[in-house]
Design a protein around this ligand. Structure first.
Ligand code: ADP
Length: 543
């Protein structure tokens, strides 16, 4: 029997239509790349996004093409965010912090035909221009007055380019399963891999993120994505905020604590970023004796959120922490920590214990943990296993790959190791390649790092396994001290000992001035191991 409901392809243009039609006056406040703070609305963003779609079509760009966008979080970026898919093309987010050879690789691999870039990033593209195989045009996201001198051929200022069309246009029609966006994993393990989102997966994912036990965005919220739109699909905020009719505040490129605080005070109620950003902001608030006027929740993910960050936000500033986990391959959100009834009835301290987990999945995401042989493991809050996922917005195959990224039952191996509790709360204990294997047991590097960060004199901590003749591997803790503080190894180990079993305690503490980071701001364990190797480091217990 045929169903008798309307065909309503889930295309992302509908999200902006909804925002512009039913929430036209909700504002987008931006710290522009040119400097001043500007304000616009969803109806204006939609109008200009339609100009972008039309202007791209006029250039011959449409279905099957890819447009690379390298830009900070601004209202213009939101216009392009919808204008590119609205032209029928796919929007490829580019991270300006990638190494030059990685940028060349991803632009060529995705076959970007047009690049749309912020004015300050022009020199970066000039530096790699000779190596780009497919790019034909460059649009600089500014006006004629702010157009930089450039050696790039075929380059135009965005504002003049938009004026070449009249905006009398509608989103290009297509299937909901057409490519909408492309985001590459940051390539911490080998070459970056392209994840191609569909209109449908982005729409369903944004609906899931907006559900009540997830971000629960609403028209009364004002959302500031500190996480760049070019990281992991911008954590979906570019879709979920307009879908909810929320306002947005866009911080531009200045992510210093003072600049972020200034933007948060433009009425922001919800914000999102990786833990390092919040550590810096919390220190700034403490030193400057400032408080938030409107902020009530902060989503934290990308790497594990230390307990002290949760406590400081909630206890000192009354801002609820939403600890989340996900990955580029999951669009990206997999879980978020909100309270089920079993958690609500716990005392405050025990609830914070639960907030150290990354919570539970929304509808559309399915999870399981297994041993290395693929056997299901129990959800007993203790047994660690490989974390697998299936879902409406989970990768099936990487761009140009000749085989599936999933197993024969459609499960994708996240590469993370986790425990789950009987209520479905997930605790990420490691990435499988970083797990420390000591005498047949797994030691969680994340737990040891978080325990070290609880010591008041520690600014940064990373734990890696080092070869050991008896135990195979033993943990060593690499620590950056806070300026002016001089804790000894024994002090830090004493503090860590209160949070782990004796046999899990690191064998050594190595002090360094800074830890190596990836292009998405995570600690690079790969480079850290290389550094220890270059130092000819051996465990004191290995003799
Ligand atoms: P990349 O793999 O390129 O670094 P992603 O942003 O896709 O980029 O990273 C996803 C990974 O980040 C996850 O597989 C997980 O290891 C880690 N991660 C994300 N959120 C958390 C979290 N809340 N706690 C611990 N690890 C996390």
């Amino acid at each position: 029997m045929h169903a008798l409901m309307q065909q309503f392809p889930l295309r992302v243009g509908r999200i902006l239509d909804h925002a512009a039609r039913y929430h036209p006056n909700r504002s987008l406040i931006t710290r522009t790349v040119e400097g001043p703070i500007s304000e616009t609305s969803w109806s204006v963003v939609r109008d200009r996004a339609l100009h972008v779609s039309q202007a791209l079509n006029r250039m011959g760009i449409g279905r099957g093409d890819v447009v690379g966008v390298m830009a900070w979080n601004t209202a213009r970026h939101m216009e392009v965010w919808y204008g590119v898919p609205g032209s029928g093309a796919a929007l490829h987010t580019l991270n300006p912090r990638l190494f030059a050879d990685q940028l060349v690789y991803v632009i060529n691999h995705a076959q970007d035909k047009v690049l749309m870039i912020d004015a300050d990033l022009v020199p970066l593209i000039e530096g790699i221009w000779d190596q780009l195989d497919t790019v034909q045009h460059v649009i600089v996201l500014t006006d004629e007055d702010h157009m930089p001198q450039t050696t790039l051929p075929d380059t135009q200022a965005y504002e003049s380019w938009l004026l070449e069309v009249d905006g009398d246009f509608d989103w290009v029609k297509g299937d909901e399963t057409d490519a909408c966006g492309i985001c590459y994993t940051s390539g911490t393990t080998g070459a970056p891999k392209g994840v191609v989102y569909t209109h449908r997966s982005n729409t369903l994912h944004a609906l899931a993120i907006n559900s009540a036990d997830m971000l629960a965005l609403s028209a009364t919220d004002s959302v500031m994505p500190v996480v760049p739109l070019f990281h992991a699909n911008g954590w979906s905020l570019g879709y979920s905020a307009p879908m909810a009719g929320a306002s947005m505040v866009m911080p531009g490129r200045d992510l210093s604590p003072a600049a972020l605080y200034e933007m948060l005070e433009h009425g922001v109620t919800v914000t999102a970023a990786v833990p390092t950003i919040w550590l810096m902001l919390l220190n700034y608030l403490e030193t400057e004796q400032k408080r938030f006027s409107t902020l009530n929740r902060v989503a934290i993910g990308g790497s594990s959120c230390p307990r002290s960050v949760i406590e400081r936000f909630q206890n000192t500033y009354g801002v609820r922490v939403l600890h989340a986990w996900g990955m580029t391959e999951m669009s990206p959100v997999g879980t978020l920590c909100s309270f089920k009834p079993e958690v609500l009835e716990l005392p405050e301290e025990a609830r914070i214990d639960v907030q150290e987990t990354v919570g539970h999945p929304p509808f559309t995401v399915d999870l399981k943990i297994t041993d290395d042989a693929g056997n299901l493991l129990p959800w007993d809050n203790a047994t660690q296993g490989r974390l697998w996922t299936k879902g409406a917005a989970v990768v099936e195959r990487y761009l140009h790959a000749d085989r599936s990224a999933t197993d024969s039952d459609g499960w994708f191996d996240t590469g993370d190791v986790a425990t789950m509790d009987p209520n479905g709360y997930v605790r990420i204990t490691d990435r499988s390649k970083d797990v420390i294997k000591s005498g047949g047991e797994w030691i969680s590097s994340i737990e040891l790092e978080n325990a070290a960060l609880d010591h008041g004199d520690v600014a940064g901590a990373a734990c890696v396994g080092m070869p050991h003749p008896v135990w195979n591997e033993r943990p060593v803790l690499v620590v950056v001290r806070k300026p002016g503080r001089t804790p000894e190894a024994a002090d830090i180990l004493a503090s860590v000992a209160s949070r782990c079993a004796n046999w899990q305690l690191p064998d050594d503490v190595v002090f360094v001035d800074e830890l190596p980071h990836t292009a998405t701001g995570k600690i690079s364990k790969l480079r850290l191991r290389e550094r220890l190797h270059d130092m000819n480091y051996t465990l004191p217990t290995a003799d």
